[in-house]
Design a protein around this ligand. Structure first.
Ligand SMILES: [Zn+2]
Length: 398
């Protein structure tokens, strides 16, 4: 394979805390006037442009900033249908309680494989155009054995980070037979889905009649673990609840949302920071006009933090990691550097990956380019399309 040297990098953010000669303030491992050599899809060399070894090809990014591609560790991309009217209603004061998911379920079940696949392709292209190089995709709009397995089969065509979320909501047909639905999810549905999934997830939110109780969530997660899947939890989104504590107790890789956490929850997450990451999804708070999680407090308490979009048709139909970063800085009190780390190396940790979210020899050559002299512009210029993946930029020319 040929090696390509990428030059013209005004600022390079590596997240590599061991990189020699780098500016290590705020743990970004920053170099100015840098070069990177890419070979066989991996990073082969990182350093000052003046010391770059020869390579077969040269690519000049023209004085831009290069960062690790964003790792969007929480998305729900496999769905059909349109729920914009529900969003409009919510903006006039109708409250979100998780019930609208059923609308996406009908539309998703009715869509053909090709239609669903085309929708996922378009959403992933949208993400790449904004600098995302890894995406986790959940099922959860099928809610039958056949439709959940189909969603995961399609998701697995695009990412190895697939998550079985049969326990997204209790389908309307099972409202009076909840135990039967949990048995289906942990039995036949899990067997059909596990071959296509790396993770299992559950919406543990006892305040919502549509979501799952602590006990139900524990049963779902235990069954997933027995089937060899890693654990993730949706919790503490709509109010205080057991999700975060359950995630820590079961050694889940991630507890997602974390909008309402008690002191005890934060202490437990801080103590489990090597194992369980708090994934914050401020796009959901933005789109449901809810209060934001207190990222500053979590960070200062020593909790491991990730940022992701939660891209989904109901509570946040945004695929934009730069938008999420801007919210994290403006609304949740993170510094631009903390937000960038949470959206790259932090979200990689929530997927238990150390080959992404960082630019160091041996890591994947997943790079994003910013039309800016510094990473600070990500949150300084909200809504401006300055970020894209390096491949995306190559397609449209530098
Ligand atoms: Zn979600």
């Amino acid at each position: 394979m040929t090696a390509t040297v990428i030059t013209g990098i005004a600022e390079l953010v590596t997240n590599d805390e061991d990189l020699e000669g780098a500016d290590h303030s705020e743990h970004l491992g920053r170099l100015h006037k840098a070069a990177v050599i890419v070979k066989d899809g991996l990073i082969a060399w990182v350093g000052p442009a003046s010391r770059a070894p020869e390579a077969d090809r040269r690519r000049d990014v023209g004085g831009r900033t290069v960062i690790p591609g964003f790792v969007d560790s929480h998305s729900h991309l496999v769905f059909a249908g349109d729920r914009s009217a529900e969003f409009a209603a919510r903006m006039t004061g109708v409250k979100y309680d998780g019930g609208g998911i059923a609308n996406s379920v009908w539309a998703t079940r009715a869509a053909s494989d090709d239609d669903l696949r085309a929708l996922v392709v378009a959403r992933i292209e949208e993400m790449r155009a904004q600098g995302t190089t890894t995406v986790e995709i959940k099922s959860g709009y099928g809610l039958s054995v056949e439709d959940e397995a189909r969603s995961l089969r399609i998701a697995a065509e695009f990412t190895s980070e697939t998550t079985f979320l049969g326990a997204h909501v209790v389908p309307p047909a099972y409202v009076d037979r909840r135990a039967e639905y949990v048995a289906l999810v942990t039995g036949e549905m899990l067997s059909a889905c596990a071959p296509h999934a790396r993770w299992i997830d559950v919406f543990c939110e006892p305040r919502s009649a549509h979501a799952f109780t602590e006990e139900e969530a524990r049963v779902v997660l235990s069954a997933g673990r027995d089937a060899g899947l890693g654990l993730r939890v949706h919790g503490n989104q709509l109010g205080p609840g057991p999700g975060a504590r359950l995630a820590v107790e079961m050694g889940a890789a991630s507890i997602d949302h974390c909008t309402f956490l008690s002191e005890e929850d934060i202490e437990a997450l801080a103590a489990a920071s090597d194992t369980t990451v708090a994934t914050l999804l401020p796009g959901a708070e933005f789109s449901t006009r809810s209060r934001y999680p207190d990222a500053r407090r979590l960070f200062d308490a020593g909790v491991s933090i990730a940022l992701a979009t939660d891209c989904n048709p109901g509570t946040c139909y945004s695929s934009s990691m730069p938008f999420v970063l801007a919210l994290a800085v403006r609304e949740m009190g993170l510094t631009p550097a903390e937000a960038l780390r949470a959206a790259t190396v932090g979200s990689a940790k929530s997927l238990r990956r150390n080959d992404i979210g960082v630019i160091r020899p041996g890591s994947r050559a997943d790079l994003a380019v910013l039309d800016a002299p510094s990473y600070l512009h990500l949150s300084y210029r909200p809504g401006v399309p300055i970020a894209s993946t390096l491949e995306e930029r190559g397609r449209h020319g530098s």
